[in-house]
Design a binder for this molecule. Structure first.
Ligand code: NIG
Ligand code: FE
Length: 427
């Protein structure tokens, strides 16, 4: 099956340079082709170029008129917790009244509150609630997503979450990567026996997760009040022994040593990084670990932003993710993340777009197949409304500009189909 997309205003993020990510000054370079066409064969990008090079195609090739809209590679979202039960807007109100994220957590709110809700929710119901979020992020232009466990905190409930992630992988057109995050918080019953909980993770949870091959990656919330560097090291070692590469939460609440620990264990990414200084930057340089920022979380919690400019100026790459979760970032809208990257982190639009496409693909182990318009990569793409420039995408921060989404070469969402109403097309 072949499809040609024509009459685009621009093809954005076209690369044949073999780059797996962009770093430092290169992050400000965003390759584009004006008025381009793109050919898809069997779900893969087979060719593209400027309008004057468009080949004459037979009637066997379906045509999709982009109407002057811009064609982007679908967003990659390399850090989410979108499998969760219920919601936590009461805590949101408590925060408005002045309680901090850590104070709410200490009172049994936060992650432990979500763990309680998840325990009371059946696997089928959890899948149903999560699929609503999956369909929502597809309509926002996301084509690949990493999803974590971490609201189970018992072996049984962690497995329940990871099985739901596997069902999402099997039943949606998204590319999904899964991460085991048993070390998201210490459950109340282990408050006076932290070692006991780490033992449970190492001796029972990790082997059980590995036996069912439920996780690609292992995560630990390595931060003040959550897991120490020593605890993190023990858990990562066990994960690595069972074939799970680290991809961890670090330095959201303090200079926790999490970044250095992640790098030491060969983490694919270290995420959050609000507290990043010269030592952390030195550890990351040349490490192969992708620093991943979650501007939606700092924005929603009203917390410190990471020093993104300083990190890029030092030569680092940066990825960005939504952190979609019920406590610190109840949104999976990656276009908004691009805007927040520009507005709050002072990224240039080119840097922000690189951070959510090619660099984000790297941060979830998909650099070879996702994150750019490249011949041979998966045809995961979105078409925008007509726009004057690509800078308009982050600039128009409240407008939904994503019009049509194609995953695996097929239209899975269109705002213009069927009588003008939004349509999910893939079920
Ligand atoms: O990435 N920082 C730790 N975990 C999540 C928040 C989880 C929650 O509050 O439910 C995060 O922000
Ligand atoms: Fe997170």
């Amino acid at each position: 099956m072949s499809l040609i997309i024509h009459n685009t205003g621009m093809l954005v993020q076209t690369r044949e340079d073999g780059a797996l990510f962009t770093a430092g000054k290169e992050m400000a370079v965003l390759p584009v082709i004006e008025n381009g066409w793109l050919l898809i064969e069997d779900g893969i990008i087979a060719g593209y170029g400027p309008a004057e090079t468009m080949p004459g195609f037979s009637s066997a090739v379906a045509k999709l008129d982009a109407g002057g809209g811009y064609l982007f590679p679908a967003f990659c979202d390399p850090h989410t917790h979108l499998v969760y039960a219920g919601s936590r807007e009461k805590e949101y109100t408590d925060k408005i009244r002045g309680l901090s994220y850590e104070e709410i957590a200490k009172r049994g709110g936060g992650i432990l509150n979500s763990a309680k809700l998840l325990h009371e929710t059946s696997e089928d119901e959890l899948f149903r609630q999560s699929m609503e979020r999956v369909n929502e992020i597809i309509s926002f232009g996301t084509g690949a997503v990493e999803i974590k466990s971490g609201y189970g905190l018992t072996t049984e409930d962690e497995l329940k979450m990871l099985r739901v992630i596997r069902r999402i992988k099997e039943s949606s057109p998204l590319t999904v990567r899964s991460t085991f995050l048993g070390a998201h918080a210490v459950p109340a019953e282990y408050r006076h026996d932290r070692n006991g909980y780490v033992d449970l993770i190492v001796n029972e949870m990790i082997p059980a997760v590995a036996a069912e091959r439920l996780a690609d990656y292992i995560d630990v919330f390595c931060d003040r009040g959550f897991f120490t560097v020593e605890e993190t090291a023990r858990i990562l070692e066990a994960g690595v022994r069972h074939g799970m590469r680290p991809k961890i939460h670090a330095n959201e609440l303090d200079y926790s040593g999490g970044i250095q620990t992640g790098v030491r264990y060969g983490a694919l990414s270290v995420d959050h990084l609000e507290f990043t200084g010269d030592d952390e930057i030195a550890a990351l340089l040349g490490s192969g670990t992708m620093p991943t920022l979650l501007p939606g979380a700092a924005f929603f919690l009203g917390m410190t932003d990471p020093p993104a400019r300083k990190m890029i100026n030092a030569g680092l790459p940066l990825a960005m993710a939504s952190d979609y979760n019920p406590g610190s970032s109840p949104s999976g809208n990656m276009k908004l993340v691009v805007s927040l990257g520009c507005i709050r982190l002072r990224l240039l639009p080119e840097e922000a777009i690189n951070a959510v496409t090619i660099n984000a693909a790297y941060a979830m182990g998909l650099a070879e197949t996702h994150g750019s318009i490249t011949v041979g990569k998966k045809a995961n793409l979105f078409i925008t409304n007509k726009m004057p420039s690509y800078e308009f995408l982050p600039y128009a921060y409240g407008s939904n500009l994503v019009d049509t989404v194609l995953l695996n070469g097929e239209v899975v969402f269109s705002r213009q189909s069927a009588g003008g109403g939004p349509q999910q097309c893939w079920q």
